[in-house]
Design a protein around this ligand. Structure first.
Ligand code: RIB
Ligand code: CA
Length: 311
């Protein structure tokens, strides 16, 4: 029985690779994609999500547009990392599939109420605005969600958009606070993990050597995406953040982490969006998240390449 998931996304080249990995994996049943404003504005993330599904030959996947700005803050985007379209690096044809009429938040609520409790895993890989809004509007769904596996936050790696905060959490800290205080089973892929999953020339060429449109697209996107991080960190390659969420569903054994308390800074301007992880157990705050810290990067990229070859 395939695991039912909903991917909440702000594509984004790394989001695109995560979506392709999910669509290439029969262990997973993607009930839909919910687009959110993040890397680029909502009209673009909703467009990109449909283009990615069509690249995978999966125009049957329903794409829902969600919130076009954070719950309480102005939207902050990241074109400087992802380019103007959010998918710079490889051009895809205009999407043919229409957006669903239903708002993403209504799709989340209706689907969670309709499906058996505990049968759906949510996979947010962008700002948590859609998820936070759904939980605020329909608190009853919290008990029906099997698990939330999200990309966001940082502890040892600290911030990427500010010295203190990772982008997804920074953009909508209030939404993140709702998620982290929801009591839902939570598995977090922070920068502490993703910064150990760096692209390299060999890893990108392995995508290109697939000889398929998907391989060419992923190679083009990662070539484009890595230039920013290499310039910033002086590293050999760029962290391929979002596919870690899907890889965890497929191969949890390639990850390691710790069940700790994680709380979100929402009051300070200086540390807004910081994921304050009690990694050393110095408080009596109850643990609420499995916060990942290690990944077997070789296995991660081997999984990615093997699965993308199937598309
Ligand atoms: O900080 C990395 C995260 O922000 C990734 O999800 C990337 O796609 C951007 O949304
Ligand atoms: Ca993302």
């Amino acid at each position: 029985m395939a695991r039912k998931i909903i991917i909440d996304t702000d594509p984004g080249q790394d989001d695109a690779v995560a979506i392709l990995l999910a669509l290439a994996s029969p262990e997973l049943e993607v009930l839909g994609l919910t687009a959110v404003a993040g890397n680029v504005p909502l009209p673009l993330t909703a467009r990109n999500a449909r283009q990615i599904c069509e690249l995978a030959g999966r125009s049957d996947i329903r794409v829902f547009a969600g919130c076009d700005r954070p719950m309480k803050r102005e939207l902050r985007t990241a074109e400087h990392v992802h380019g103007k379209t959010g998918l710079n690096g490889y051009d895809l044809p205009d999407p043919q599939t229409p957006l669903q009429d239903t708002h993403a938040v209504d799709f989340l609520i209706d689907t969670l109420r309709a499906e058996p409790p505990g049968s759906i895993t949510l996979c947010p890989i962008g700002p948590l605005t859609n998820i936070g809004t759904a939980l605020r509007r329909a608190p009853d769904i919290a008990g029906r969600i099997a698990e939330i596996v999200l990309m966001g936050g940082a502890y040892f790696q600290v911030g990427n958009v500010t010295p203190a905060a990772e982008f997804n959490i920074y953009v909508d800290p209030e939404a993140a606070e709702i998620v982290f205080k929801s009591g839902i089973k939570l598995t977090v892929m922070p920068l502490d993990v993703t910064h150990k999953a760096l692209t390299s020339r060999a890893r990108i060429e392995a995508f290109r050597d697939l000889g398929t449109a998907v391989g060419a697209a992923v190679a083009g996107w990662t070539d484009f995406f890595e230039r920013f991080d290499i310039g910033k960190y002086g590293s050999e390659g760029a962290p391929l953040h979002d596919p870690t969420v899907i890889a965890y569903l497929l191969r949890p054994e390639i990850f390691a982490g710790r069940f700790v308390n994680v709380e979100i800074e929402t009051l300070s301007d200086l540390t807004r969006g910081m994921t304050v992880a009690d990694w050393w157990g110095v408080t009596d705050r109850a643990a609420n998240a499995t916060f990942m810290s290690d990944i077997d990067a070789e296995s991660y990229f081997a999984l990615l390449t093997e699965r993308l070859a199937r598309l």
